[in-house]
Design a protein around this ligand. Structure first.
Ligand SMILES: C[S@@+](CC[C@H](N)C(=O)[O-])C[C@H]1O[C@@H](n2cnc3c(N)ncnc32)[C@H](O)[C@@H]1O
Length: 281
C-alpha cells in the first residue's frame, strides 16, 4: 500500500474533464444495454491501457479529478484490466481502487500486455464483450493493438489520437529535420509510412512544388479511414476534437465499434461536447 502522501497525480489541463465526461456517458449507456435480460449470456470487460495513477490534478486550479479507472469502476463490468507503464503510478492506482479478484492491474507496456494477457480474455467465442480505452498523451500506441482490437469483433474502442505530439515532433515543415526516433513512433502509431502522403500536400508555386501540411482534421479523417478499411471496425463516427485553452486541438477522441447502435450513441455524445464544430474541424 502506498501512503497517501506519496500518491501520484497526473497533471492535466481543464479539457481532461471533457474526455472523462465523454467516457462516463458512454459507459453509462453500455451498462444499460448490457444489463438487459437479452444480453444475459454475455460477460463484459473494461480495459484501460494507459491507466495513469487513478486521479489527476488540474494544472490551473489544483482541482482533483477522478481518472478513467475510477470512472470505469463506477460501472458494472464483470472484469476490469488496468495497464500502466510506470510502477509508481500503478502503485498509486492500486491504492485508490478496491482489491477484488475481478480487478487486474498490470505494470508494463500495454502494447505487449494487451496482446499477450488481456485481449485473449475478450474473445467472441467466450461470449465476452468489452470497452477498451486507449489514452496515450504521446505516440506510445502501436497500430497492431488497434488492428487486433478491430479484428476481434468484441471491442468498442475509445482512442486518444494525440495530434499535438504529432505536430510538435513529427509534422514539421521541413521533415528532413525530424528525429528518426519520432518518425519510428509515428510509423508504429499509424501502422506504416503512408501518413507521409496524407500529411504533406504538394502545392505548385512559381518556384516549383512546395510541400504544405494539411489540416489536423484531414489527418484525423485519414486515420478514421484506416480504422475502417485496415483495422476492420465497421462503425467509426467523426472524431471529437478536444481543444485547449489557447484554442488548439490537442487531441481527437475516436470511437470505433462493430455495432450501429454504439455508433449512434457515441456520435450523439461527441456532438454534445465542445464548441459548435465547423464542418472541417
Ligand atoms: C494520459 S495519461 C492517462 C490518463 C488516464 N487514462 C485518465 O484518464 O485518468 C497516460 C498514461 O499512460 C502511461 N503510459 C505511457 N506509455 C505507456 C505504455 N506503453 N503502456 C502503458 N502505459 C503507458 C503514462 O505513464 C501515463 O500515466
Amino acid at each position: 500500500m502506498v501512503s497517501s502522501s506519496r500518491l501520484q497525480f497526473e497533471e492535466v489541463g481543464e479539457w481532461a474533464k471533457i474526455k472523462h465526461e465523454i467516457l462516463k456517458r458512454y459507459l453509462d449507456q453500455y451498462e444499460t444495454i448490457f444489463s438487459s435480460p437479452r444480453q444475459k449470456a454475455l460477460s463484459t470487460v473494461y480495459v484501460d491501457a494507459f491507466a495513469g495513477p487513478g486521479q489527476s490534478q488540474v494544472r490551473s486550479n489544483g482541482t482533483v479529478l477522478d481518472g478513467s479507472p475510477l470512472i470505469a469502476l463506477d460501472h458494472d463490468f464483470d472484469e476490469f484490466h488496468f495497464i500502466e507503464l510506470e510502477p509508481e503510478k500503478a502503485g498509486s492506482l492500486k491504492s485508490r481502487i478496491p482489491a477484488r479478484p475481478n480487478i487486474h492491474v498490470y505494470v508494463g507496456d500495454c502494447n505487449n500486455v494487451l496482446l499477450r494477457d488481456v485481449f485473449p480474455r475478450v474473445r467472441y467465442e467466450d461470449y465476452k464483450r468489452g470497452v477498451c480505452f486507449l489514452d496515450p498523451y504521446r505516440l506510445d500506441l502501436d497500430w497492431t493493438v488497434v488492428q487486433t482490437a478491430g479484428q476481434m469483433g468484441t471491442i468498442d474502442m475509445v482512442l486518444n489520437f494525440p495530434v499535438m505530439d504529432m505536430n510538435r515532433n513529427v509534422f514539421w515543415r521541413r521533415p528532413e529535420g525530424v528525429d528518426p526516433r519520432d518518425i519510428e513512433r509515428m510509423n508504429a502509431f499509424w501502422g506504416d509510412e503512408s501518413w507521409h502522403q496524407v500529411v504533406y500536400r504538394k502545392t505548385p508555386t512559381f518556384f516549383g512544388d512546395e510541400e504544405e501540411k494539411v489540416s489536423n482534421f484531414e489527418i484525423a479523417m485519414a486515420y478514421r479511414d484506416r480504422l475502417v478499411t485496415v483495422a476492420g471496425f465497421k462503425e467509426v463516427p467523426r472524431p471529437c476534437p478536444i481543444w485547449n485553452s489557447t484554442n488548439s486541438v490537442i487531441y481527437y477522441l475516436f470511437f470505433a465499434s462493430q455495432k450501429k447502435p454504439a455508433h449512434r450513441i457515441m456520435d450523439h455524445i461527441f456532438r454534445n461536447f465542445g464548441k459548435p464544430r465547423p464542418e472541417n474541424e
